[in-house]
Design a protein around this ligand. Structure first.
Ligand code: ZN
Length: 232
């Protein structure tokens, strides 16, 4: 008798374990799936899918995706991207980026070196010709200020800035790496340096002058800042 009872119990248990499984395990799967669908719906609704943030002095693009936790990536061009789950608090992501700031900077300078050594970077002479051509189009705006004498354009392997203006020497020096950025951004830098012949600093009159000749100057400046290592 006790043996039969045990067998019966086992049968009951196995039947109900299946029910239990249905009730809890499948339910959990459904629940997780449902939650995932909700995150994806939020993403599709365009809620903060991409965001530009700064943490620990590092500028990065935050992309909300249905990834498990978060992934930090330094792209080939040195820009930083973090993909994170929509549930994750932005403060936690910022803290993570800030904690890895040194590693990110090391990766960025590596990317920068790679870009500078890239075979598609023009030679100094090619870069100078390119800058001269752009300069010759901007020069007429400043001919009066410059006493009808175009400034000398030099190219240098600078890594900390895109360009320098020396009003006393009547000269503009531009970074070789600038030749590798899109043309509208080169225009921005060349015009920026020309404006220093009129306004030596970056006060309001300087930006007023910039915007008079280039209404989207600030936007171009922002885009230029996404290129690593070289500051304006
Ligand atoms: Zn400047």
């Amino acid at each position: 008798m006790p043996q039969a009872k045990t067998v019966k119990f086992h049968r009951w248990q196995s039947r109900n374990r299946y029910k239990f499984h249905r009730l809890f395990v499948c339910d959990k799967i459904w629940y997780d799936r449902h939650r995932k669908i909700r995150w994806e719906a939020e993403i599709l609704a365009g809620k903060d899918t991409t965001q530009q943030r700064t943490a620990g002095g590092v500028e990065y693009t935050l992309v909300r995706k249905s990834v498990k936790n978060m992934n930090l990536r330094v792209r080939k061009d040195g820009t930083v991207q973090v993909s994170a789950n929509p549930r994750m608090a932005a403060a936690r992501i910022d803290a993570f980026v800030a904690a890895h700031a040194d590693w990110i900077r090391a990766k960025q300078s590596e990317a920068c070196r790679r870009m500078e050594n890239a075979p598609d970077l023009p030679t100094m002479e090619q870069a100078r010709q390119r800058f001269e051509e752009i300069s010759s189009r901007i020069y007429p705006l400043f001919a009066g200020v410059l006493g009808n004498r175009p400034p000398e354009i030099r190219v240098s392997r600078m890594s900390s800035r895109w360009g320098v203006c020396y009003p006393d020497q009547h000269r503009i020096t531009l970074a070789l790496g600038l030749a590798a950025v899109p043309q509208p951004l080169i225009y921005y830098v060349v015009l920026h340096e020309y404006c220093h012949f009129v306004q030596p600093n970056h006060q309001k009159p300087f930006w007023d002058l910039m915007e008079r000749y280039m209404p989207d100057a600030k936007l171009r400046r922002k885009v230029l800042q996404t290129y690593p290592c070289r500051k304006q």
